[in-house]
Design a protein around this ligand. Structure first.
Ligand code: ADP
Ligand code: MG
Length: 267
């Protein structure tokens, strides 16, 4: 959003090469970018283009073959497993495609769970989890278990759980992959609103160009490379609207590394 703000994620010359038998798969093939505090960035590309690999690498869940990842001033690629666990717990929230809620726990208990790992006392946990559920519009569903909620409601719980620890950065991998299109849009707006309120940085991976358009900037990934970065902020401020402005307005062709790529990549 605010490109004069401080960089929170810096990726430099990043490679991830998997060896499968005799063949090498270049899942990430030289990636460079910077994401600034308060931005909502989407990474969009077809299946197999390297999105999950990139997100896993940013989150320190996998080690790069080569390159640097600096998050909140710290080099992820230099950390030990234990340091990474601690770093994630303190700085990062995750929203998963499959929601990953605990089936035996109700909504408020699910949202409170990450706070247990931070040693927050029970009364305080419940209070903070309850406030987050209010924020995502689930005030009436605090006692509901996952099976007693719709997919969209479950993902709202997922969003609340990711944000309850007030992470600087939120990563979401196909967060609406299991939701219908209307519910997906609602979850996009919700994520965008809540991270903006707290000036958090959101990085979302998706294969869906339309949903990617809800972000401030859209990174197009293809064969392990960022081939184009679209800036939506000007359009969003003009439109001052709710929707994915990239689609509402004509494509800018001249700023593209590959001209007519607008709707090309996704599967
Ligand atoms: P996306 O999330 O965009 O669908 P991925 O990041 O999962 O793509 O995968 C990128 C490429 O890397 C694909 O060709 C995939 O087959 C390959 N790949 C991903 N993970 C592994 C792995 N653990 N071992 C070997 N190849 C992998
Ligand atoms: Mg993936």
């Amino acid at each position: 959003m605010d490109k004069t703000g401080k960089p929170v994620i810096q990726v430099k010359d990043l490679y991830k090469i998997y060896r499968v038998g005799d063949t090498k798969v270049r899942a990430l093939n030289g990636v460079d970018f910077t994401i600034y505090k308060g931005e909502f960035c989407s990474i969009v590309g077809a299946s197999g283009s390297g999105k999950s690999t990139l997100l896993n690498m940013l989150a320190g869940l996998e080690k790069p073959t080569k390159g640097e990842i600096v998050i909140a001033g710290e080099h992820m690629e230099k950390k030990t497993e234990n340091q990474l666990v601690k770093f994630r717990r303190e700085h990062i929230g995750f929203i998963f495609q499959s929601f990953n809620l605990m089936a035996t726990m109700n909504a408020v208990e699910n949202v409170a769970l990450p706070l247990t790992f931070q040693g927050v006392k029970k009364a305080q946990r419940m209070k903070r989890a309850g406030a987050l559920l209010d924020m995502v519009g689930l005030q009436k569903y605090k006692k509901h278990r996952p099976t007693q909620m719709s997919g969209g409601q479950q993902q709202r719980v997922g969003v609340a759980r990711a944000l309850v620890v007030e992470p600087e950065i939120v990563f979401a991998d196909e967060p609406t992959g299991n939701l219908d299109s209307n519910t997906s849009e609602e979850v996009m707006r919700l994520m965008r609103r809540v991270v903006r309120e707290k000036n958090q940085t959101l990085v979302m991976v998706t294969h869906d160009n339309y949903l990617a358009g809800f972000a401030d900037r859209i990174f197009h990934i293809r064969d392990g490379k960022i081939v184009r970065i679209e800036d939506n902020t000007g359009r969003r401020d003009e439109a001052a609207g709710e929707g994915p402005q990239a689609q509402a307005l004509p494509e800018k062709k001249e700023d593209g590394a590959r001209g007519a790529a607008g709707n090309g990549g996704a599967d």
